[in-house]
Design a protein around this ligand. Sequence first.
Ligand code: ATP
Length: 309
Amino acid sequence: MLAGMSERAIEVTGLRKSYGSFEAVHGIDLRVDRGQVFALLGPNGAGKTTTVEILEGHRSRTAGEVSVLGHDPGKGERSFKERVGIVLQETGVEQYLTVREVIDLYRSYYPSPRPTGEVISVVGLDEKAEAQVRTLSGGQQRRLDVAVGLAGDPELLFLDEPTTGFDPGARRNAWKMVDNLKSLGKTVFLTTHYMDEAQHLADRVAIISDGLIVAEGTPADLGGRSQSKTVISFHLSPDAPRPPNSLRGRASNDEFAIETDEPIRILHDLTGWALDSGADLEGLTVSRPSLEDVYLELAGGDATTEETG
Ligand code: ATP
């Protein structure tokens, strides 16, 4: 098979990075398939930026094998740089150019760039195409940064914390943009410390904590690996019959919560009892362990959640 033509976009084995005597990344393995959105999720200081910058070819590694689109990013080959798009945490584009002029400028650096109008549309800046960069909001500037990363029509796009500091509306727009990238068939490697972002966007998630990958899988797989149990909760009016002890769980006044590893059997028994006894299970809910539970268990209480409205 030709170099760079495999199904794998990124393959990392035993990656280590030391800064002096401090080892920030302790030998991690990662695999990302083409066309996937992959999220590296972890708290501040876990090693996300170190890892992503090694994959981009912006930082050297101390040890390990790294293949990105069949290239070793450490070699700094021009043919590699033309195939990847990079959106750094902080970028600075020319403030007095218009959005369209910025994209045209960056397109001119690449052999087969994507059409300007398309790049602007993917990031949702059509209405701002003729506006000067200095007039854009923070979220719009960030989307322009992504557009710059897309100008060369890369196969793989790196997004380092694409929504940090965004308000909920701007985050929704950024998520839509990542969905658009996915529908163009791009591979996206993103870092984030927002669990809901990883859960919403990613096909696969790796959780990094203190320089080690502590869990990896689809968001659903990871939720299923939580030590937390499924919780079935409901409310009974004061005059309703009470369930048998096996179906009471934790009861407080008229609120009931059953923690279980066997939600299907419990639901079957519970709804059977309710039908037989004529009790109305008001507000019946079943909550499964989420990626957040796994993250809190593994990354140790330093997780960030955000209301997304
Ligand atoms: P954040 O979410 O805050 O951006 P991160 O997961 O991206 O965090 P890194 O920036 O990769 O984390 O940092 C990992 C560890 O390596 C941290 O302890 C950090 O202080 C350290 N580190 C990062 N860059 C350097 C550097 N150039 N020199 C020395 N130590 C560094």
